[in-house]
Design a protein around this ligand. Structure first.
Ligand code: NDP
Length: 252
């Protein structure tokens, strides 16, 4: 699998799944445009890629809820084209039907859903030129009920429908749209979210005991799946797929 000569835009690449996907795709030859709000962490990812001798990335310090036009403009200005969009930036928070607040709901939906819709829309003309594709990073929470993450789960369920509908819309333009739907992956997401430490520990222990493979996921699991779906040869006939990366969790 080679991404030599390809340009990949990855949101939420300053940490976790997005950072590892950026390193992985760059290691396969891609020029990556990486996006995040935390300049220090984003630049650290860019430095790692440069130090490893991979194509020099473009680090865009930006907020996906505010800066979608600038993110696309800077990417096209730097690299001249776009082959793959990875909509990965996301946040999680704890809520349920009893304590949900619309401010929290809006924050989650603005980040996890609305930004994806607007970024995808702006990238369509560029992806049409390259017959490129989009990989959305969803969650098993979009497919299965998990208690106390109501807004997050709804945002990912809506994202899944967006993946399928936009796959249908964009097929005539030769643009594929797929998602990965991971179960728990060891990243900082739970620490920076609003989840209590008690819930984080309970979720991790629950996951390890419930997942048939008796471990939670690693970012290498998500990176290889993102690369597979983004690869024009390996996955050329795949569109509208929601690929669970879950150690068998959806089976139980
Ligand atoms: P991390 O918290 O490690 O990373 C989240 C990334 O999103 C960071 O780079 C963060 O960058 C970025 N981000 C968040 N909000 C914004 C914003 N407004 N603008 C720009 N960037 C933003 O989490 P993960 O790597 O775990 O999560 C990545 C994706 O994977 C999310 O969509 C999440 O829902 C999904 N996922 C994660 C699972 C897990 O168990 N880890 C399981 C299933 C799905 P910065 O702070 O610099 O802005």
């Amino acid at each position: 699998m080679s991404f030599s000569g390809k340009v990949v835009l990855i949101t939420g690449a300053s940490s976790g799944i997005g950072a590892d996907a950026a390193r992985h795709l760059a290691s396969k030859g891609a020029s990556v445009s990486i996006v995040g709000r935390n300049e220090k962490r984003l630049n650290a990812v860019a430095e790692e890629i440069i130090k490893a001798g991979h194509p020099t990335p473009l680090a865009i310090v930006a907020d996906v809820t505010k800066d979608v036009e600038r993110i696309v403009d800077e990417t096209i200005k730097k690299f001249g084209k776009l082959d793959v969009l990875v909509n990965n930036a996301g946040i999680v928070a704890q809520d349920n039907v009893v304590d949900i607040e619309l401010s929290g709901f809006d924050r989650i939906f603005n980040t996890n859903l609305k930004s994806v819709i607007m970024l995808s829309k702006l990238c369509v003309p560029h992806l049409e030129k390259t017959r490129g594709n989009i990989v959305n990073v969803s969650s098993v929470a979009g497919l299965k009920c998990i208690q106390n993450v109501l807004s997050y789960s709804m945002s990912k369920a809506a994202l899944d429908q967006f993946t399928k509908c936009s796959a249908l819309d964009l097929a005539p333009k030769h643009i594929r749209v797929n998602s990965i739907n991971p179960a728990a992956i060891e990243t900082p997401i739970f620490q920076v979210g609003d989840l209590s430490k008690e819930l984080i520990d309970r979720v991790r222990d629950d996951c390890i005991s419930k997942y048939p493979v008796k471990r939670i996921g690693d970012v290498s699991d998500t990176s290889s799946a993102i690369a597979y779906l983004a690869d024009e040869n390996a996955a050329s006939f795949l569109t509208g797929i929601l690929l669970t990366i879950d150690g068998g969790y959806m089976l139980v």
